[in-house]
Design a protein around this ligand. Sequence first.
Ligand code: HEC
Ligand code: HEC
Ligand code: HEC
Ligand code: HEC
Ligand code: HEC
Ligand code: HEC
Ligand code: HEC
Ligand code: HEC
Length: 442
Amino acid sequence: MRISYLQVVVWLLCWPWLAWSGLPETAQGVGENGEHWQPDPMHEYWDPATYHRPERERMLGVFKEEECTECHRGVTPGIVKDWRASRHAQAVPPVGCPACHGEDHQKLTFPTPQSCGNCHPQRLAQMEEEKKFGFPSHALAMERAVDSKHFADKPKAEVAACLQCHSVASKCDSCHTRHRFDPAEARRPEACLTCHSGPPHPDDLAYFSSPHGQLYQKEGATWDWSKPLRKGNYPTPTCAYCHMKEGNHQVADKAVWKFGIREVNPKTAENEIKRKRWREICADCHPEETARGFFRELDAERQSTWKQLYGVEKILKSLRSDSLLSPAAAERPPYPMDWLARLLPRERIGFYEGQASAFYNVSAIERDYFDMWYFTNLGAYKGMAHGAKEMTQHFHKQLDDNARAIATTAEELRNREKTSKKIDLKPLWLEGEYTRFNRDHN
Ligand code: HEC
Ligand code: HEC
Ligand code: HEC
Ligand code: HEC
Ligand code: HEC
Ligand code: HEC
Ligand code: HEC
Ligand code: HEC
């Protein structure tokens, strides 16, 4: 089919309008709470296997590879330029636009890990293998996010970003971005940091303030990033060097403390095997004893931090037994997804009682503990796991401050109970039109 320039101009004028003819408003969520949320238009891109809708009224025609590039040189010049610079364009025969998007412009496809895996089966299989190690993992990231109670509970605007990061499971262009698909880009720490940053996972801070990251910052600009991540090619490791050994697309087979939100026993037979895998990586550059010492210190830091956290949990549990947590669980609007909390309202303290859902809608002292356990503790863990001494110290000072502040507040709550028993201290918002409405309609 020949393309006239008039055709191009007409479609260029039309496309901003047509571009929104995608996901219908009636589209449903997926997963355990799927009936309680609706996807946004962008979900078509974050999770194409589930949400991409090929049938659209836009550009009409079935095209050959050269026709796609020819027209898109005008429509999306950056894409064509990146593709031309990629190995896909240079392969014989070239892996052109139709290989990933199809030839029929009304039935365009967006690549999924499975469709990339048709040509890169080993990489796909490695990522899929993560599933056997459970959460967290890249392969399971999408279901982990959408199945979280707070994903369906929270206002839409507050969960808009979740899938941007958790789409690491549903498309392969997270670390080597489209349309260059460059392994050199994926080898650099920045490739991970679009997602591995922010308070619950400050991996950026941890790495950049570690001896490895410091050296990277000083010298990384001069390294030859076209070399694969193998022993001898890089003086200091990047994220992928350590977590994706020799390019293995599998980030879960060594994780002992995982996300860091609960205590684990690092000495189980399975964890001993994981540690051995870790030490083999350090052995590229350090003597065995350096790595052994490092992990001994990590485990000791974790165990002493957990002692401290359990101590604070004890304070909260004793406030709960004395009914001093105010507002109490029964007085708060319940989490819509949490049928158990509706039936048997109870303040959840600590990981095992399900405090993971306590991001909001709790009394002040419970929130203080949530901040301590989630943000401060995870900062200390990530600092320690990456050899970032100052960061670890900083978060430990903060853990001590948090523990002291919570103990002081607990003391105040007890004193208030003694001195002002008769005064009703219920916060104003516990009753009223808005609260009543929320209790029924949240
Ligand atoms: C005559 C011009 C022309 C040709 C030929 C053409 N396209 Fe397009 N394409 C467009 C325009 C204009 C848009 C943006 C408007 C739209 O969304 O329909 C677009 C959009 C796209 C999109 C984005 C769709 C989305 O939902 O974001 C993809 C992918 C795409 N084209 C792939 C291809 C492939 C593959 C071929 C060859 C089989 C091709 N195009 C041939 C003009 C063209
Ligand atoms: C190796 C596979 C691959 C090839 C080859 C490829 N694309 Fe893509 N393309 C992708 C991926 C992956 C996305 C992102 C889809 C998503 O967000 O879910 C994408 C997205 C797009 C989009 C959507 C707009 C955006 O935000 O980037 C357009 C337009 C597009 N491609 C055009 C092209 C054109 C034109 C060619 C040929 C020059 C081409 N693609 C070749 C994989 C490919
Ligand atoms: C039709 C088959 C095909 C599909 C589909 C395909 N690729 Fe490729 N890919 C290739 C070929 C061929 C090469 C070049 C291999 C070589 O030169 O050794 C390649 C190379 C690559 C490279 C290495 C580039 C480099 O500079 O060394 C990456 C990364 C890559 N592909 C990622 C992807 C991703 C991600 C997808 C899905 C969005 C995808 N590919 C889809 C065939 C394909
Ligand atoms: C597009 C976002 C994104 C990018 C880019 C990304 N990740 Fe992740 N990663 C995630 C998410 C989301 C999770 C948690 C998944 C879950 O909820 O189970 C995760 C989890 C992990 C884990 C935890 C595995 C475990 O078993 O504890 C490691 C390690 C990891 N990623 C390493 C990396 C490295 C190294 C890179 C860069 C080469 C990288 N990630 C790039 C989003 C990303
Ligand atoms: C900036 C990127 C980013 C955003 C935004 C994001 N996450 Fe994550 N999430 C991650 C990363 C990275 C991890 C893994 C951290 C680790 O293992 O250290 C993770 C871990 C998780 C985990 C724990 C996985 C496990 O099994 O232990 C859950 C659950 C989760 N995210 C849900 C969500 C929800 C729900 C949202 C939206 C409210 C969200 N995430 C927003 C990047 C992100
Ligand atoms: C967490 C980041 C990350 C994700 C997600 C990711 N890759 Fe990669 N990819 C890398 C890194 C890092 C390299 C370079 C490895 C090396 O140096 O040996 C690479 C290299 C590649 C290569 C070329 C080198 C080779 O030896 O094969 C291909 C092909 C590839 N990836 C395909 C995929 C496919 C297919 C997916 C989705 C199933 C995917 N990648 C998802 C980080 C990632
Ligand atoms: C020197 C090797 C090394 C480098 C470089 C490194 N990490 Fe780690 N990382 C570790 C170790 C060791 C742990 C703790 C493992 C455990 O659970 O025992 C860890 C833990 C993690 C975790 C928690 C899940 C897990 O696998 O235990 C994530 C997520 C993570 N790192 C991401 C990153 C990111 C992102 C970067 C780059 C910014 C990075 N790491 C750089 C060694 C490294
Ligand atoms: C690719 C080589 C490489 C790998 C792999 C590597 N390191 Fe390092 N590491 C270095 C270099 C180089 C330095 C010194 C940085 C400097 O001089 O500032 C260093 C410094 C350190 C330090 C600071 C103390 C010291 O000796 O100066 C610790 C601790 C450390 N590494 C632990 C680890 C652990 C644990 C692993 C494995 C999880 C690991 N390293 C993997 C290259 C590596």
